[in-house]
Design a protein around this ligand. Structure first.
Ligand SMILES: Cc1cc2nc3c(=O)[nH]c(=O)nc-3n(C[C@H](O)[C@H](O)[C@H](O)COP(=O)(O)O)c2cc1C
Length: 370
């Protein structure tokens, strides 16, 4: 039984997982290692970086179905896909079937090639309005929304996918029943995060429910939750039989995890950690792109969390993170980052090997969508 022992599974490598030729509708994906949507994190610059570093697919941060917010700066930034590697997948969130259908078409008109419905997000702001994972408690409404969005997307040839949790609470794990219903109304891929809505980010993800969903469905199923290493990705794929894995928090400040996982799944060997010089270059490029999307004032501030994630396991990383808060210009931030990594490169060629990523940051999602 895998459950959470997956993290402890070590060599011998049990055999490569055959490369998954995954399709979502007409789109063939580069591989089956996906970047999870994370509001406030997986903006266009970060998604592009994840894709460049091996993610076969990345879904945008959720966009509200509320028409009155579509012209807000936040929504228009979230809907920015300039130069993004295809397919462009946009996640929508909401509580009203007609509004969700309208939001899907609105995003298709702006370049979305795949629409993903959010039924996985536990943030209060979303749940108070019965959106996100709260929808799993109202099965008829959840199915009505899925059906309406599929119908709206069909004439455009746009596939609809859906992301959910294992259920509402430990007593109400209805992912299997819902997934069957979603498949029946035309959803083309389901991602399951192995926690209930009630859990938030507490406890550990379980994979039995994901395995049950996979066994029951014909459409591709994606396993998500607590995948923090190539070995764990392999173990979760083997245990669940899922078609793909999706990685969220472990990619924060570590977008090269996608190539590490993809390489391990294909070969059974672990890539060496990236060179410090490569991470310096990646982070500086990430920051430039980030300022480009948000403008310097907002960009310098919202980049601080990314910088903190990149340096969190590094010597003097904590002091550096604190220092970042006092720097207010892009130039100063870029210079400080370059100097930090130059100094690090004097101590080590490569980034340290991480046995496992430290504990998940439980409140992140609520903060991000606040
Ligand atoms: C900061 C943050 C923001 C998130 N935003 C979204 C979101 O917009 N839509 C969504 O479906 N899930 C969202 N999630 C959930 C993740 O996609 C993922 O299901 C969850 O983090 C578990 O995967 P992990 O253990 O690999 O992080 C968010 C998670 C975090 C930490």
């Amino acid at each position: 039984m895998l459950k959470n022992e997956a993290a402890t599974i070590r060599f011998p490598f049990p055999g490569p997982i055959p490369p998954a030729h995954m399709n979502i509708g007409p789109y063939t994906l580069a591989n089956n290692v996906f970047a999870a949507p994370m509001a406030g994190v997986t903006d266009r610059p970060f998604r592009q970086l994840c894709k460049a570093l091996g993610a076969g697919y990345a879904v945008s941060e959720m966009v509200t179905s509320r028409r009155d917010l579509w012209n807000s700066l936040k929504t228009s930034r979230r809907a920015n896909h300039e130069g993004e590697v295809e397919p462009i997948a946009v996640q929508i969130a909401g509580t009203d079937a007609a509004m969700m259908a309208e939001a899907a078409v609105y995003n298709i008109d702006r370049g979305a090639q795949i629409i993903d419905i959010n039924m996985g997000c536990p943030a209060k702001k979303v749940c108070n309005k019965w959106a996100g994972s709260a929808l799993m408690q109202n099965e008829p409404l959840a199915i009505e929304i899925a059906e309406a969005v599929v119908k709206a997307c069909e004439p455009h040839g746009v596939p609809v996918t859906l992301k959910m949790r294992t259920g509402w609470s430990a007593e109400h794990k209805n992912a299997l029943a819902l997934a069957r219903a979603f498949e029946d109304v035309g959803i083309q891929m389901v991602t399951v995060h192995g926690r209930t809505r009630e859990q938030g980010y507490k406890g550990l993800a379980e994979y039995d429910t994901i395995a049950a969903v996979k066994a029951a469905l014909r459409i591709p199923v994606v396993a998500n939750g607590d995948i923090t290493s190539p070995q764990k990705a392999h173990a979760v794929l083997e245990f669940t039989g899922a078609d793909a894995v999706m990685i969220g928090r472990a990619a924060q400040g570590r977008p090269w995890i996608f190539r590490e996982v993809a390489h391990y799944l294909a070969t059974g060997t672990l890539l060496a950690p990236p060179l410090v010089a490569e991470v310096r270059r990646l982070l500086l490029g990430h920051l430039e792109d980030h300022y480009g999307l948000y403008g310097e004032f907002t960009g310098v501030r919202s980049a601080r969390k990314h910088i903190a994630w990149y340096v969190r396991h590094l010597p003097a990383g904590e002091a550096f993170r604190e220092r970042m808060n006092s720097l207010e210009s892009g130039e100063a931030q870029l210079r400080a980052v370059a100097e930090f990594f130059d100094e690090l490169a004097l101590r080590m060629d490569r980034m340290p090997v991480l046995a496992e990523i430290a504990s998940p940051q439980e409140d992140q999602e609520e903060k991000a969508s606040a």
